[in-house]
Design a protein. Sequence first.
Length: 295
Amino acid sequence: MTGSPIRRVAVIGAGTMGRGIAQAATQAGCATTLFDSVPGVPDRARTEIEATLDKGIARGKVTAVEKAAALERLHIETELAAAVAEADLVIEAIPESLELKRDLFREVEALAPAAAILASNTSSLSIADIARVVENPGRVLGLHFFNPVHVMRLVEIVVAPATENAAVERARGFAESLGKRPIVVRDSPGFATSRLGLTLGLEAMRMMEEGVATAEDIDLAMELGYNHPMGPLKLTDLVGLDVRLAIAEHLARTIDPARFEPPGVLRRMVEEGKLGRKTGEGFYLWPDGEAVTKE
């Protein structure tokens, strides 16, 4: 594997995280292909990226010239082979299912260039378990971005036992080229961020269940008392309650049921389809994408 910089990126999955990663890559100057096989999803993702860039222009963070250049570098693709054919880096951002990710990595390895890094944006699944199905696990690692990608500066580089140092260094250079601050963590359940963030989020849910305080006041406690930019319940709405539930169940199985068993309120809200911002309701209401406290 060469140590050349990442110039061409393929992002697999055009959901919230996928389109955020694609936007960050294209704004950093990378030729970026965003793939999704679900009809209509890639085009909607492009529309969302354009809207986010427009908000950046309104806030003085992005110029009209930068927006046009970013969109020029963004390519939408519905055929996987075409999406990854020339990629230096393939980033998977599909749902948190080990079998789905394994199937995808097996297919991508056969289609992408031999020197391409294969990365997963998983927030909790084992990179080694994902890489077990490929012939060259040395080029597989985790690149865990945070939502919203264009704002959050952290990228977690997750290193499995077989991951080659050259892949790690190329991934580090890529993250830095996006203006992110990478940290390198060992492949362990929940890595560093998901494990810590979930612990806080689950306890906040239990406190709300027990009537200790409202969701808004619990969040304010962390925002004003601990200088967190966002409280744990509002953050859960942004991440997605279904995503948080899947991570909690995984960590309960792999680390300790007593510490990570999902609270009843989380299971109930997911069953009711209240998944947070993406459905318009979670611990908050989200009209027009902005959080409003429930009465």
